[in-house]
Design a protein around this ligand. Sequence first.
Ligand code: FUC
Length: 744
Amino acid sequence: MRKALLPITFRVAALALLAGWGSLSMCLAAETPSNLTLWYTKPAAPGMNEALPIGNGRMGGLVYGGVATDRIVLNEDSLWTGDTNPSGAYEKMGAYQQLADILIDLPGHNNVSDFRRDLDISTALAHVSYKSGGVTYHREYFVSHPAQVMVIRLTADRPGSYTGTIRLSDTRPNKTTADGNVLTLAGKLPNGLKYESQLHVTSSGGACAAEGDSIAFRGCDAITLIVGAGTSYVMDSSRKYLGPDPHDRITRQVSAAAGQSYDSLKSRHVADYTGLFNRVRLNLGKSPSSRAALPTDQRKLEAATGGDPEMEELLFQYGRYLLISCSRPGSLPANLQGLWNDSDTPPWSSDYHANINIQMNYWPAEVTGLPECHVPLFDLVRSQLPDWRTATRSAPEYKLASGAPTRGWAIRTSHNITGGMGWNWDKTANAWYCQHFWEHFAFTGDKRFLQTVAYPTLKETCEFWEDHLKALPDGRLVVPNGWSPEHGPVEDGCSYNQEIVWDLFTNYVRAADALGIDKEYRNKVAAMRDHLVTPKVGRWGQLQEWMEDRDDPNDHHRHTSHLFAVYPGSQISLTSTPELAAAAKKSLIARSDTDDVREWSFAWRTALYARLGDGDAAYGQAKQLLSARNSCPNLFGLHPPMQIDGNFGITAGIAEMLLQSQAGEIHLLPALPSAWPNGEVTGLRARNGFIVNQRWSKGKLIQTTILSTLGGTCHIHCGAATVTLDTAPNKRYTLNAHLSPIPH
Ligand code: FUC
């Protein structure tokens, strides 16, 4: 594994024990695997829209499930062209590359019946099964995080049924070598990055041996493929991001996995995955039984118009599945396609887009109980800072009046993994990234993380803004030459920019207070925050997107940038700034659906309506993610083309409908839609270390249990009821519909 730059001090295991789900008085309705399974009656078409994604954070696979030839796209998240190019020339930034194709040829497997291809997201196992020539064939696929390999197993109900070949093919002109039962593919990109994959085959019964550049098997009962992959990438700018040849590491990983039984590899994988996935359970009620008979691609289309609580639950949990599968400590963060890529020229280079997209990828991490999946984002940002600082220092945009460079760092809209950037400067992306660092502490209370990782990053970013903000004649401060992404001209004081800097300064003040340090600088930042131009209500009652009141009520642009302050920010809320919240809602309603609105836009709008307390409107937006226009048959977000941010954004948006915790208060069921009258959710997280279970009936809370992991005061709201609990660490509190305590 690559060097992870962060200390990981999660109390995950302890929390799982403490949560004591088994003993909760609220009892979960059993989740049948079919609720959490995507399934299809035919193999996937080429491309990204139908194949089923599997992954362990770093390595990924797209399972097509072809019968006579199965294809599995193999990905490794660090296989990038390009280098540290700060010029802003997009084409010089490089692009994320596909690693290889795994091809399994099974001649004679024709005229099949009972074909099924599925992905069970409750266990992170994909399957293909079919009948041919009187034999039932079965394949199982997963990518193990503990073993760091992909595993594929082919079985049949009649001995000796497997005869065929296995190939490993590069999209670049590299040759695969076959030696005994191992295929090896090694290459080097023009930027010096070495990469390799090794595919190890074992068979039971029959024979299996190298033949040319493939492995042939004859008359086998079962075949197991173990695939290792890696590159020489290291998250370290001082080494120009290049480390040792991955060959030895991959050889060790493959041979260690090959030394384990299939059952043990599988059970360790399932235990590892469910250890994260099972932290949150959602039950939104039963769908009509006729729906369960429909394969996912058809069912989702009906659900988009008619409503289908089990599909909505699947959509919510799919975002969690994908985050666990493409973002684990030691891996790179989720890019525009997560981890999955079938091309060497993917759309937008499959890059890190900093004006909404990568941030949206991480919206569900804390609230849906996956804080460790957030870590790759912090690792990448910290590792890029030396190059980002250099680029900022040499940019004409970032100079003090004296001509000296500003302190700190800024980034352009797109970036890669080796300090390179593309397109326009996205000035406040630095502050938005800092929100993620702060939120990780706000949810987990991990003081060591705050002190050693988050605080220095926030402080340096405040210094950038201290140098770069411009004072108006009346002393108010504005972001100069900013942009409301990708809308309107470059100008001073765009609401988006102002709100994000306000968020940074507020989080910095909280961080300094939590650590009890830097009082003087803390006060200076607080004073700058109080001088920032803040969002205004405009002439048609809207929240102004710019300092000048020129919003057009007929403008339906896909970005809702000026509503950052509602979500994911907290500057505007129903309780603290009701007039601004009403204006934000006016703006949101005006940004109604047109062709410009994209999958991720609907996810953001779901969260915005949830924060504005409108559950039915939030639900209306959420359902859009199931439509043919906004998601693919495999449920990947569809911009088009396939783009993953909407998958993560919708998970966060649905979580926000069920639980909110900004401004030091927990709001239970703050935006429950009428479509979900009865239900239950366990394990959602609130800021300050609270883990919350809720059960409701006829649209009203019946009972909640709150586990306090850190202790401290907990203000709880549900409808008109409020209560304040003085909690002790690691204690659970159960409250009834009126928020009165029920003794344990
Ligand atoms: C942002 C959006 C686009 C697209 C791109 C990858 O710039 O405006 O819609 O999602 O990122």
